[in-house]
Design a protein around this ligand. Structure first.
Ligand code: HEC
Length: 189
């Protein structure tokens, strides 16, 4: 019981500290060689919405047109989510993934049913690690294929990911919050 109470207090403090005026850095699982680990349990992070990439569109991970439509689920690490929803600012240490799922072949009037997970892209905000990158954002991918995904990923070049986020989401900290219904904030001050 004592342990439980202390964990609750520590958790509460952590969240409070991260949302204070001088925000604390949220932990990010980088390795000594600069790669980042495949995040654990990201499907239990906050799912902020789903978009549909129609068959034939290009998947941003490998730049290839897709043979079957893919759903894209976006998950935000819960502490980053809490700070963003409270303040409107993405905190240092923010982690967001988007996971692709392939769908079964279907006629236009049929239900589009998922078949399997098929790829994972990630962005991380880290002011120390990415001092010069736009928005202090680093972009990664863990493969565009069935599971298992890659265990680690390296920082991707600016032209592959950041350039598009810079061009289209400069007015929202380079993260497309307006595409995700779960990121609509009540107060817009
Ligand atoms: C051609 C433009 C474009 C490129 C290139 C691009 N993105 Fe995005 N990205 C988007 C858009 C638009 C969204 C909004 C959600 C959606 O429609 O999927 C998004 C959303 C995301 C998200 C969810 C958070 C957010 O901003 O909504 C992540 C994570 C992400 N992209 C990572 C990447 C990675 C990693 C790469 C490079 C492999 C990449 N992106 C390349 C346009 C792009």
């Amino acid at each position: 019981m004592k342990i439980l109470v202390w964990s609750a207090i520590l958790l509460a403090c952590g969240t409070a500290a991260a949302s204070a005026e001088d925000p604390a850095k949220l932990p990010v699982p980088f390795n000594a060689d600069g790669t980042v680990n495949l995040p654990q349990n990201y499907r239990q992070w906050v799912n902020v919405g789903t978009t549909l990439l129609p068959k034939g569109e290009v998947n941003i991970i490998d730049g290839q047109p897709i043979a079957a439509s893919e759903y894209i689920d976006t998950y935000v690490e819960p502490q980053s989510f809490a700070v963003y929803m409270e303040t409107g600012i993405w905190p240092d240490g923010t982690q967001i993934v988007k996971e692709f799922t392939a769908t079964q072949d279907a006629a236009p009037d049929e239900v589009l049913v998922e078949s399997h997970y098929t790829g994972l892209a990630m962005l991380i905000k880290d002011t120390e690690r990415f001092p010069a990158e736009t928005g202090h954002l680093g972009y990664f991918n863990f493969g565009h294929h069935s599971e298992p995904y890659e265990r680690t990923a390296s920082l991707l070049p600016r032209e592959q990911c950041s350039s598009c986020h810079e061009a289209l989401a400069a007015d929202q900290q380079f993260i497309f919050a307006d595409h995700h219904i779960g990121l609509q904030r009540k107060s817009t001050e």
